[in-house]
Design a protein around this ligand. Structure first.
Ligand SMILES: [Zn+2]
Length: 358
């Protein structure tokens, strides 16, 4: 592992190019024995931090190119220290108020407009919605569309319930508010100007180590009310507050919901999943079997937060750690998850993951 890791940290996917993913009869197969196991799609990157400055946009885009990550979702972040709080970082503001804001989306879209790139396929995501105050979301979506053309293709990561922020004035979205999402969920399903449906990435903790399914009903309620929206459940509902869930119970819950809701996808980003679950061989085996079974329903990602001070090596470490599970996947699951076929299908992109060399 050590030598693999060192090699991976230098440039895990160096040399991978968008052209390799273009549909063509001459498309070369992907050799898993010699080519990297790191994902080609990062469906979960926060271009903006909770407060303070970010890694400069063009520098960050350069990280993707160096790491061989070719398809990227540009999230803002679901919440920032409020302007009124005067806070920039958690260490100096352990209880500073945090709330959703449209600031990041404006900054990301402005940067994308100023610095177009042809080497990375970027999808801008609206991260502003406050799910407990849904009334003005449609108007704000229209505002972003009007300002930036139809530049956004995704929404999220937004917070249904995130216990990590409970000390920062965030609360679980009241279950009775979910029905009031209808107007913006309709717009996500059918954005104008011929765009495909916009997926919605939701952070929704299942529960905690003391109350394992305390908040599960919230996500179930969203799925029951909006079965036709493409919804991505980030981190499979796990969190730092829930590092000891019984994998069998977890997989049963996810399987039941994936079976019931064909538009539900899971995002397996965040190093917590590796540290608390995939790192352990017996637990990993259960998840690998699950991912192989639901190979078409999983998206990869890093959950990197581009706060100023982080460097390329920090991004690449997150890519590598979050990609380790890929080594154990079946060829079909590897192609769909790590090589991006699920992402292309979900987004209606004309790219195609290469077949795996036999
Ligand atoms: Zn995230």
């Amino acid at each position: 592992m050590a030598s693999l890791l060192t090699a991976a940290c230098q440039s895990p996917g160096a040399g991978r190019k968008l052209e390799q993913f273009e549909t063509s009869s001459a498309q070369a197969c992907y050799d898993r024995t010699t080519q990297p196991y790191t994902f080609v799609v990062d469906a979960h990157v926060h271009f903006r931090p909770f407060g303070g400055e970010a890694v400069p946009y063009t520098e960050l885009v350069g990280y993707f190119q160096s790491a061989g990550v070719l398809f990227v979702n540009a999230f803002g972040i679901g919440q920032m220290f409020s302007a009124q709080s005067g806070c920039q970082r958690f260490s100096s503001c352990p209880t500073g108020e945090i709330k959703p804001t449209i600031r990041n989306d404006v900054i990301n879209a402005s940067n994308a407009l100023l610095h177009p790139t042809t080497e990375t396929h970027l999808t801008l995501s609206m991260s502003f919605p406050d799910l407990s105050k849904p009334r003005h979301i449609v108007q704000q979506m229209a505002l972003l569309d009007e300002e930036f053309g139809p530049a956004f293709g995704w929404m999220g990561e937004v917070n249904l319930v995130k216990q990590a922020l409970f000390d920062h004035s965030h609360q679980a979205t009241p279950v009775e508010r979910i029905k009031d999402w209808a107007p913006f969920m309709a717009r996500l399903r059918a954005p104008d100007q011929g765009r495909p449906p916009m997926p919605l990435s939701i952070h929704a903790d299942i529960g905690s180590d003391t109350e394992p399914t305390k908040y599960l009903h919230l996500m179930e309620s969203v799925l029951a009310q909006y079965p036709d929206n493409p919804i991505v459940w980030v981190h499979m509902g796990l969190s730092r507050e829930q590092t000891r869930m019984d994998p069998q119970q977890h997989i049963e819950i996810l399987s039941r919901l994936l079976d019931a809701y064909p538009n539900l996808m899971l995002d397996i980003s965040w190093r917590v999943l590796y540290e608390a679950y995939f790192r352990h061989a017996a637990i990993r085996a259960q998840y690998v079997a699950f991912f192989n079974r639901y190979a078409t329903r999983i998206l990869p990602g890093s959950d990197f937060v581009a706060a100023k001070g982080y460097k390329y090596r920090d991004y690449v470490r997150e890519v590598e750690i979050n990609s380790r599970i890929n080594q154990y996947l079946s060829d079909k699951a590897f192609r769909h998850i790590a090589l991006g076929q699920n992402y292309f299908n979900l987004m209606g992109l004309s790219y195609q993951a290469p077949e795996i060399c036999q």
